[in-house]
Design a protein around this ligand. Structure first.
Ligand code: ADP
Ligand code: MG
Length: 294
């Protein structure tokens, strides 16, 4: 049923060309891994344009090549053949240090498993990309704090990852992705390891970031419900794009949270819903964290 929403049959509409310009483009991208002498074709000629300011979901079953594609368009890995361009610049042949500079400046990553450094505080984790960018210490501290406050973790600056719930750890990871003020955020199954409420909070935050700051967001998911939070869904199967549609019945995560709140869900009043100008409410926040700690 949910899948119907992203198929261009009755209600769906094929996505047209970018109206706002192309920020990220993969052209004829293939990726072949070699594992114990056997070739694994993860991507078989992918053409994808990501439009400036859009929220795009890449959906497909496990093993379909989603992460491989994200790593390639996110400049973490190189294609076997084909090209990747960012703002029209071909990055395929860039030297590693040049590539790292473009990545650090333009792209923020969020991963399913958070990828935080253990035994390192939330603040230090968020500062890390700024260390690589050569930002002075005092400014790093200030910006890391601001990023953590934004995701509602101003009270958790000095917590270690294992002292935070899964939802909170993912918010630290989002703060780390945002601290460099990237214009593109790539999120690979960001809700995959979270309980449903924390997952909705993450989606609400990503939607807000997209809507209010025009950050281009690409989210990978195998879940059609998560995909419907995006404006456009690209489906991938066996390393090929098999569908590319605009979402006609988009889900607003903030409304989902409000509905949960009205239904009397115990975890109400969480950071994502209130991370704007509202004052801190550490008591409620603490109750969210303690309820979902693994
Ligand atoms: P998804 O993220 O959609 O689950 P992946 O991009 O991780 O899919 O993987 C696509 C295919 O490539 C799978 O068959 C997977 O086993 C294979 N693959 C991914 N990474 C590697 C690797 N480093 N070495 C060998 N095979 C890999
Ligand atoms: Mg994956």
């Amino acid at each position: 049923m949910e899948n119907d929403a992203v198929r261009p049959r009755e209600g769906g509409v094929s996505s047209g060309p970018c109206q706002t310009g192309v920020v990220l483009e993969a052209r004829g991208v293939t990726k072949t891994y070699e594992l114990d002498g056997v070739e694994v074709r993860a991507l078989c000629g992918v053409d994808l344009q990501v439009c400036a300011g859009e929220m795009l979901a890449i959906m497909g079953p496990s093993g379909s090549g989603k992460s491989t594609l994200m790593h390639i368009v996110g400049l973490l890995d190189r294609p076997t053949s084909g090209t990747v361009t960012i703002d029209g610049v071909d990055v395929s042949r860039m030297e590693p240090n040049e590539l790292a500079a473009v990545r650090n400046k333009r792209i923020g990553f969020v991963f399913q498993s958070f990828n935080l450094l253990a035994r390192t505080t939330a603040a230090a984790n968020v500062e890390l990309p700024l260390v690589y960018a050569g930002v002075p210490a005092a400014e790093r501290t200030r910006r890391a704090r601001a990023a953590l406050e934004r995701v509602g973790l101003g009270e958790r600056l000095h917590h270690m990852p294992n002292q935070l719930s899964g939802g909170q750890q993912q918010r630290v990871a989002i703060a780390r992705a945002l601290v460099t003020e990237p214009s593109i955020v790539l999120a690979d199954e960001p809700t995959g390891n979270l309980d449903s409420r924390s997952g909705i909070e993450v989606m609400a935050f990503l939607q807000e970031l997209n809507r209010e700051e025009g950050v281009t967001i690409v989210i990978v998911t195998h879940d059609a419900h998560v995909a419907r939070h995006a404006q456009r869904v690209v489906e991938i199967k066996d390393g090929r794009i098999v569908n590319d549609v605009r979402v006609t019945d988009r889900i607003d995560a903030k409304a989902e949270l409000d509905a949960l709140h009205e239904a009397g869900d115990g975890g109400a009043g969480t950071a994502v819903a209130e991370h704007g100008a509202e004052p801190e409410r550490p008591d409620e926040r603490a109750s969210v964290g303690s309820g979902e700690r693994p």
